[in-house]
Ligand binder design. Structure first.
Ligand SMILES: [Zn+2]
Length: 131
């Protein structure tokens, strides 16, 4: 019997400004990115929902979209990230933060955040993966 892992992903984009104080490169001065965020989830029992409106799903796409929009995107889209976060606004730190925020919101629904993939540019991304 083949064992499967079924994962659901929603993709978001947002535009933000930031700078990295004390960075040796050009990111030390204020600039912007169009970020792309990929949120991948699974169920904690490895199975799909059985029964009810979401039968056969990991999680309804629209529910995942609503939670990520409210908890993450609305707080950072068209914002200066340095004014939003107390930490240095690297893609790495932001990915860990997003992972933690969404884990808090989703675990009571039996949903695990499997992966956060944050694209800072079209050819640079960071991944945080659940172990
Ligand atoms: Zn930057």
């Amino acid at each position: 019997m083949t064992s499967l892992v079924i994962k659901t992903t929603k993709i978001f984009t947002f535009d933000s400004a930031h700078f990295l104080p004390n960075h040796a490169g050009k990111c030390a001065t204020m600039h912007g990115h169009t970020y792309k965020l990929e949120v991948t989830v699974t169920r904690d029992n490895g199975k799909l929902i059985s029964g009810g409106s979401d039968e056969g799903m990991v999680m309804d796409f629209s529910d995942l979209k609503a939670i990520v929009t409210t908890e993450v995107i609305d707080k950072i889209d068209h914002k200066i990230l340095n004014e939003v976060f107390p930490f240095r606004t690297t893609a790495e730190n932001m990915s860990v933060h997003i992972f933690d925020v969404l884990t808090d919101k989703l675990q009571s629904r039996g949903v695990i955040v499997e992966k956060i993939k944050l694209w800072e540019t079209p050819n640079s991304y960071v991944e945080v993966v659940h172990e």
